[in-house]
Design a protein around this ligand. Structure first.
Ligand code: HC0
Length: 571
């Protein structure tokens, strides 16, 4: 251990601890714009965290400075304060400063820092940074390089957490830009649209494509029947934007708010999550008993699909052919529900509320029009829904609890847990066990596949048949699994769940931006509480799914299912 003094107070820390973290242990806050604890991102790029160290010739960035024995540090001397102000002013002299119009107004860390320091003027002339245009080439993510403050958080999350390496610093000096290689458009890059960059950007330099305009237009069009589906993970995060703690379920209030916005029907993606389990569970059993590419790998996370298409195309036959619940929903809304409700699908608009930016990309994939129309017309992230509610002056806290519409609004706890990493696996095992053994599952909570460890594995005994499963979340962990698969090390594994985002959909790139480091645990806990409180917790027991098969689909993996609910991927 080393002992140092910060602002006159001694503190003892582990060797390797930075001065910034040592100060935090003492409850001394030092402003930062680039440091991000969750990513262990200590770039020393923004210089806002400078401190005075006795004996040092200059101020030093505390986020990259290891604490050493006997060090004497001062964090708030007049000199340090003045230097920080100057750094901030220099940053702002090179920033558009159009806070009133910026998508991050109110949640921008640069704006917050300027406010915190009480900056009222900028002493420097605008610098001559190279002008780069907005890049709106991607179906999901928009880049505004002019707003970038070069903190490199997005680069770190893309390279080190997701191992995608879509963006990095290009060129040098005033021409520096964080962009895909050769400064090509993001839409032409390997970007998988996961949106993790948008979650960590401190300013408005990278964010989700805004599709709220198209949704407002559909809602205002009397000729359109507009139905909405809400993803499993949105109900435990939407409340954060209205002051509620992460993980607070707001299902009923969200349903009510969507009705107030004018949606004709409010349905639930959890319903088609249950359906996915029935189809995918049967597919797994088919592959186990009749022979098929094993391990089977889940295919519902579209960032993961783009990742495997780019980096491991030779393993595409391992993907389950079941479409994601979002796409199953779209295909059924414009066929099954349209038929029941007597609505011409050409007059129907299907909107999704998703925690995910990549779902925008998925909905636009050319194969996703099994109904004869584009199955899902528009995808809004949780953050976009928040903006619509704000614009409509709807305060979620004042909403009553309302129920989803039928038939596509009825779901089980198995559908709910899709939103957390391991949830699809657990839901699938609950159903596969009963389908294979014909017996009721003894313990419904399959704890071994839960949690936030990057890769988890378990062997589940299905009456003498051990089914070996693995779960990975975050594409860096998925890459580790794929490398093992490539090396022939997963030959005895049967089923793998992969979610592109750390934590699964609760950590999706379209979720409310939240600095709380344990936000993912709290959101996941909220999901599991929802499951626990439900009467029905196994997908195949969902009466609306049973009715769907009786009235419309026939049987799992049948002809209609094949046409509407399954797809294939080609390299
Ligand atoms: Fe998910 Fe999904 S669970 S990917 O994370 O499978 O986005 O929430 O909607 O489709 O259901 C996201 C969340 C979904 C889908 C479901 C799956």
């Amino acid at each position: 251990a080393v002992t140092l003094t910060i602002d006159g107070r001694p503190v003892t820390v582990e060797p390797g601890t930075t001065v910034l973290d040592a100060a935090r242990q003492l409850g001394i806050a030092i402003p930062t714009l680039c440091y991000l604890k969750q990513l262990n991102h200590r770039a020393g790029a923004c210089r806002m965290c400078i401190v005075e160290v006795e004996g040092a010739r200059t101020y030093l960035a505390s986020c990259t400075l290891p604490a050493t024995e006997g060090m004497v540090v001062r964090t708030g001397t007049p000199g340090v304060r003045e230097a920080r102000r100057m750094i901030l002013e220099l940053m702002l002299s090179d920033h558009p400063n159009e806070c009133l119009l910026c998508i991050r107004s109110g949640s921008c860390e640069l704006q917050a820092a300027a406010n915190l320091m009480g900056l009222r003027e900028i002493r420097f002339q605008r610098m001559s940074r190279t002008l780069y245009k907005k890049d709106d080439s991607s179906p999901a993510i928009i880049r505004e390089p002019q707003k970038c403050i070069y903190c490199r958080r997005c680069v770190t999350v893309c390279a080190e957490v997701q191992t995608v390496h879509a963006i990095g610093p290009q060129l040098r000096g005033f021409a520096t830009v964080i962009a895909p290689p050769y400064n090509l458009p993001l839409g032409d890059s390997v970007c998988v649209h996961c949106g993790q960059c948008a979650l960590v950007c401190p300013v408005g330099a990278i964010y989700e494509r805004d599709d709220t305009g198209a949704v407002w237009a559909a809602l205002a069009d009397p000729a359109k029947h507009v139905v909405v589906q809400t993803a499993p993970a949105t109900r435990v995060t939407l409340g954060e934007a209205f002051g509620l703690p992460p993980g607070t379920p707001v299902t009923g209030k969200m349903v009510a708010a969507l009705r107030r916005l004018g949606f004709d029907r409010v349905f639930d993606t959890d319903f088609t999550a249950d359906l996915t389990i029935v189809e995918e569970g049967n597919e797994l059993i088919h592959r186990l008993t009749k022979g098929g590419p094993l391990p089977m790998i889940t295919s519902c996370s579209p960032g993961w699909i783009k990742f495997i298409e780019h980096f491991y195309p030779e393993f595409l036959p391992h993907l389950s052919t079941a479409k994601s619940p979002q796409q199953m929903f779209g295909a059924l809304a414009k066929t099954y529900y349209a038929e029941q409700a007597g609505i011409d699908p050409k007059d129907m608009v299907v909107v999704s509320i998703m925690p995910c930016t990549a779902k925008k990309f998925e909905a636009g994939r050319p194969e996703m029009n099994a109904s004869g129309y584009r199955d899902v017309d528009m995808v809004l992230t949780t953050r976009e829904l928040v903006r619509m509610l704000h614009e409509a002056c709807i305060d979620l806290n004042n909403m009553p609890d309302e129920e989803y519409d039928r038939p596509m609004g009825l779901s089980t706890g198995a559908g709910a847990i899709f939103g957390a990493t391991g949830g699809v696996m657990e839901a699938a095992l609950r159903t596969a066990y009963e389908l294979l053994t014909g017996k009721p599952l003894p313990g419904i909570d399959i704890e071994v596949v839960r949690g936030l460890d990057g890769v988890r594995q378990a062997a589940i005994d299905l009456e003498g048949n051990p089914v070996r499963v693995m779960v990975a979340h975050g594409l860096g962990h998925a890459r580790m699994l794929m490398e093992k698969l490539k090396a022939g090390e997963l030959k005895d594994c049967h089923f793998i769940e992969v979610m592109a985002c750390p934590g699964g959909c609760i950590g999706g790139g379209g979720q409310p931006i939240c600095a709380n480091p344990d936000v993912r645990q709290r959101r996941a806990a909220g999901i599991y509480r929802l499951d626990k409180g439900m009467k029905l917790r196994k997908s195949h027991e969902n009466p609306a799914i049973i009715e769907l098969y009786e009235r419309f689909l026939g049987e799992p993996l049948g002809e209609k299912s094949h046409k509407l609910l399954h797809t294939s991927y080609t390299p």
